[in-house]
Design a protein around this ligand. Structure first.
Ligand code: UDP
Length: 327
């Protein structure tokens, strides 16, 4: 892997969010200067508590949908600037699409002007409700462009399309991470995703909500390992294939996940079945052969291990009156 010379500051859009804040910390620990840009729709200052005063760290509150130039040399751009949890991205679907399309084009143009390398945080959602299992990067997906998830799925697909146009035109050195379900400390208690929902419910002694019959599957990656994968992808030598799946290939049904969380918390929480949302993918598991080959990256944290750390985090967050510190 080439640790090519980084000319300038690394810009992280969405840097105050769940993934972004972990990424900013990792980059600072590697000696990079970091400019974090966030519109604070789902990002939070609290996520940055540990790095807020770091001399190499700068924070700008702004929306990537407005063109901007930070006035310093930018050498790397990680574009994580989009609301990512289904209930949140569906709450303002037009803004979700705008962040994906307008936000990404603004940052690609910024990368072009600065000669910066660009990493797009894409998603397993580009595969939609997949007919191919596990999903590899050659699969073109099965996305419903008229459904409630389309603002995010199609938005991220459009963002990828623009990345590949800038790459084909030789304007920007682009890498695309297709990120599968990720969990860990700093997920918001009201995030709406399954891991945070169930942990918070179990800690509060409430029934765990299972949508549908719980037979649908997901593959969950611990946040620290995912961030390591993003960094490796950014620093890898350019290859003809720019899109790489990042995720943990261990696959679980949602009922299995509920059981693991109940065991972890040791609470006799029941299960409440609720209707399956529209277009909810039935199966999802990444084929990570590319990541192993190109990045020498393979997650090792088991779901049980990662859940133990995440449960400890949420125990602090859901304590009455608690304000979570940066973890
Ligand atoms: N889900 C669930 N209970 C919840 C939240 C989600 O059963 O409280 C299900 C959801 O329907 C989906 C899976 O868990 O099948 C993962 O949902 P999540 O929103 O975490 O992410 P997605 O992979 O759907 O983007």
């Amino acid at each position: 892997m080439s640790l090519s010379k980084k000319n300038g500051t690394t810009l992280v859009s969405g840097g105050a969010g769940f993934l972004g804040s972990h990424l900013c910390e990792t980059l600072l620990a590697k000696g990079e200067k970091v400019l974090c840009v966030d519109n604070f729709v789902t990002g939070s200052d609290r996520n940055l508590a540990a790095i807020h005063d770091h001399p190499q760290f700068r924070l700008e509150a702004r929306d990537i949908c407005e063109p901007f130039d930070p006035g310093i040399q930018i050498g790397r751009i990680y574009n994580l600037g989009c609301v990512a949890s289904p209930p949140h991205y569906q709450a303002d679907p037009v803004q979700t699409m705008r962040s994906c399309v307008v936000g990404t084009i603004n940052l690609l143009e910024l990368a072009d002007r600065h000669g910066a390398r660009f990493l797009q945080a894409s998603t397993s959602e580009v595969y939609g409700d997949p007919e191919v299992h596990p999903q590899n990067e050659a699969y073109n997906g099965n996305v419903n462009c008229t459904g409630p998830r389309a603002c995010y799925d199609e938005g991220k697909r459009a963002a990828e399309a623009m990345c590949f146009d800038f790459k084909r035109a030789g304007r920007v050195d682009v890498r695309v991470a297709r990120i599968f379900n990720t969990y860990g400390p700093r997920m918001q208690p009201n995030d709406g995703r399954v891991v945070s929902n169930m942990i918070v419910q179990a800690l509060r002694g409430q029934a765990l909500t299972v949508y549908g019959d719980g037979s649908q599957t997901r593959s969950f990656c611990y946040v620290g390992e995912l961030v390591d994968g993003l960094y490796r992808l950014m620093e890898a030598e350019p290859t003809p294939q720019a899109q790489v799946n990042l995720g943990n290939p261990d696959e679980f049904t949602i009922l299995e996940l509920a059981e693991l969380i109940r065991l972890q918390i040791g609470a006799p929480a029941g299960i409440r079945f609720e209707p399956l949302p529209n277009d909810d993918p039935q199966r999802r598991r990444p084929d990570i052969a590319c990541a192993i080959k190109l990045l020498n990256w393979r997650p090792k944290t088991t779901l049980q291990e990662g859940l133990a750390i995440t449960v400890d985090y949420f125990r602090e967050v859901v304590k009455p009156g608690a304000v979570p510190a940066g973890v």
